[in-house]
Ligand binder design. Structure first.
Ligand code: ADP
Ligand code: MG
Length: 253
């Protein structure tokens, strides 16, 4: 089982969109996938079509109450399960501070199900707090979505520093697997400039395919659908399909 965090402390760069749609395509390609929603906003949970108000337990109860992981996991479709989040998870950030092994709680829980999935994708919150630390301690790999816009590189060095710190202190195996360029607009010179800059710096770490700006990707979650369910012929769908193929072909999973 490979555990991959979708990480960037910036909000609105496409973490949740990537987690949901990559999960869906990898499941379609036959991988057994667990999507973990680590963001108190619960956007991945809602976006994939789970009604948060109906949840008896969520990831909060896994991390802080020791509720069994299998009692919380929801099957969404063939090969795709979800560990859902809701707003109570925001409290965990503070409640974890005084707890023993506060950074390794998610890892311990995921270890219990390591024979049941090929890949776990974790949708990280837009911060570098204890929830993100739990995600990174549990992960083998990181995928960093970067939005092709003016402030794309801002905050990136802080992110890389944090990753290095976690490697040193908590998880020596942690590896940046890939950078994903999102919301690429081929009409804008800026998109190309950002893309060139990122590729010059990160080289083969950058996915060859980019995710274009595509309205269908924005619409799909409001119907609780993944992009392949909502409009499989859209440019957004085709792009995430290609990214899923790259994930498999590059040997990340
Ligand atoms: P994050 O999880 O990093 O905060 P989201 O995945 O929630 O980012 O994306 C932020 C917003 O941008 C959402 O409204 C989402 O629907 C939209 N969005 C994400 N990717 C694209 C895209 N490629 N094209 C158009 N809109 C997108
Ligand atoms: Mg998000």
């Amino acid at each position: 089982m490979k555990v991959i965090s979708i990480l960037n402390q910036k909000g609105g760069v496409g973490k949740t969109t990537t987690t949901v749609n990559l999960s869906s395509y990898l499941a379609k390609m036959g991988k057994r996938v667990l999507l973990v929603d680590m963001d108190p906003q619960g956007n991945a949970t809602t976006g994939i079509g789970i009604d948060k108000s109906e949840l008896e337990n969520s990831i909060y109860n896994l991390i802080l109450d020791d509720v069994a992981i299998k009692k919380i996991i929801i099957n969404r479709k063939e090969n795709l399960d979800v560990l859902p989040a809701k707003i109570d998870l925001a409290g965990a950030e503070i409640e974890l501070v005084g707890k023993i092994s506060r950074e390794t709680r998610l890892k311990k829980k995921l270890d219990e199900i390591k024979n049941e999935y090929d890949v776990v994708l974790i949708d990280c919150p837009p911060s570098l707090g204890l929830l993100t630390l739990n995600a990174l301690t549990a992960s083998n790999d990181i995928i960093i979505p970067i939005q092709c816009e003016f402030y794309a590189l801002e905050g990136l060095s802080q992110l890389l520093n944090t990753i290095n710190l976690i490697k040193k202190e908590l998880n020596p195996e942690l590896n940046i697997a890939k950078i994903l360029l999102t919301m690429y607009d081929k009409r804008l010179k800026l998109s190309e400039e950002v893309s060139n800059e990122i590729r010059t710096y990160f080289k083969e770490k950058v996915f060859e395919n980019v995710i274009p700006r595509n309205i269908k990707l924005t619409e799909a979650p409001s119907y609780g659908k993944t992009i392949d369910e909502y409009d499989m012929n859209s440019n957004g769908a085709k792009a995430y399909y290609e990214i899923a193929k790259e994930v498999i072909n590059s040997g990340i999973i």
